[in-house]
Design a protein around this ligand. Structure first.
Ligand code: SF4
Length: 139
């Protein structure tokens, strides 16, 4: 299902005040999603920017900008379109989906359902565009 005009959250946003801290990138580059996302404030932005590359160390969520985002295709997020295509053979195992507080309003989930949530923990945002990943070969 492609997303419509409803308000959704982008789960791979930039670090800015007003965003939500959604997850932490671990040493193995897999993302651990927070049980409860934390609102990002100016102080947090300043601190993590001082350490550099906040989007490569954390995942942030904020309102999907749709036409205001270079990744918006006009009807969907092109990032998840690419990721879903790259992982189209992935077997979706519902029991393995990460707990996620934003699922009801997540843009990626609204597009590709459980498939998006299987892929999501392997996505590290790089300033403008997340790293495309194929996780089919991973154990
Ligand atoms: S894709 Fe799934 S796991 Fe990732 S943020 Fe959206 S709802 Fe949560």
């Amino acid at each position: 299902m492609k997303a419509g005009s409803e308000n959704k959250l982008c789960p791979s946003s930039t670090c800015h005040s007003g965003a939500l801290l959604l997850g932490v990138v671990n040493g193995d580059q897999k993302v651990s999603l927070l049980t409860t996302p934390i609102p990002v404030n100016d102080e947090f932005v300043e601190k993590v920017n001082a350490a550099g590359d906040p989007e490569r160390r954390f995942r942030f969520a904020s309102k999907c900008a749709k036409n205001g985002c270079a990744q918006w295709t006009g009807s969907s997020c092109g990032i998840m379109d690419e990721l879903a295509a790259a992982n189209h053979l992935l077997e979706v195992i519902n029991e393995q989906l990460p707990d996620c507080a934003i699922r009801p309003t997540c843009r990626w989930y609204s597009q590709d359902g459980a498939m998006a949530c299987m892929i999501c923990p392997y996505v590290v945002t790089q300033s403008e565009k997340p790293v495309p990943v194929s996780i089919e070969a991973q154990p």
